[in-house]
Design a binder for this molecule. Structure first.
Ligand code: R5P
Length: 225
């Protein structure tokens, strides 16, 4: 296993310990979450009773493989806890998410939770957001116009592709990866972007994180709001 994967595994396993019997759990997406789901599956096999709401088709598939019982927002409208990965985390616990293209469902799931815990390895900690291109989910129709309107806010954008094909989200939208010089005011930028026709959601998450678990060489560091 690669060094960084060991850190992801350590935080994933630590995060699974936060989940208590009877909880409704928001299940984030990404490679770090894979290890959380694996550890949670082990606890379920040992008798833990929980139900999870997955934030992507891939997370749903992994949860099924690990035997984690699932539900959805037709049955529940509040979650006890959500655990999710991140692409960047600043000192104020603002996040960039969406590197895997799941930002919209993740935001719906994470914001429905009473407590939101982020899991990441130490490469994700930054002083200021923006080195990682900000993923923005846009509707397919007229995406070229939406791209120009986003770029007018001061960034360059790339339409995301995967395996030579345009990447399509679980919600049948596109992702524009937007490189700003630096993101000084995440909330303000998010609000400006949301005004633009064609923008479905941004990968900026703010004001919702409770704890951050960081995987380091010497173990897992727990940062509290
Ligand atoms: O769309 C993907 C999500 O926001 C992920 O949680 C994020 O990209 C982090 O993923 P990973 O743990 O694979 O670095």
């Amino acid at each position: 296993m690669e060094h960084v994967d060991r850190k992801k595994q350590a935080v994933g396993e630590k995060a699974a310990e936060y989940i208590q019997d009877g909880m409704l759990v928001g299940l984030g997406s990404g490679t770090t979450m894979y290890y959380m789901l694996q550890a949670l599956g082990d606890r379920v096999k040992k008798g833990l009773h929980i139900r999870g709401v997955p934030s992507s088709v891939k997370t749903e598939k992994w949860a099924n493989e690990f035997g984690i019982p699932l539900t959805d927002f037709s049955e529940v409208d509040q979650l006890d806890i959500a655990i999710d990965g991140a692409d960047e985390i600043d000192p104020a616990f603002n996040l960039i998410k969406g590197g895997g293209g799941s930002l919209l469902r993740e935001k719906i799931v994470d914001m429905a939770a009473d407590r939101f815990i982020v899991v990441a390895d130490d490469r994700k900690q930054v002083d200021r957001l923006g080195a990682f291109p900000l993923p923005i989910e846009v509707v397919q129709f007229g995406w070229q116009l939406t791209k120009k309107n986003i770029e007018a806010l001061g960034c360059s954008t790339v339409l995301r592709e995967e395996d030579g094909q345009v990447f399509i989200t679980n919600n049948d939208n596109y992702i524009l990866d937007c490189q700003f010089e630096a993101i000084h005011e995440p909330k303000k930028l998010h609000e400006q972007l949301k005004q633009l026709l064609g923008v479905v959601e941004t990968g900026l998450f703010f004001d919702i994180v409770d704890d951050v678990l960081i995987g380091r060489d010497d173990g897992v560091e727990v940062l509290k709001r």
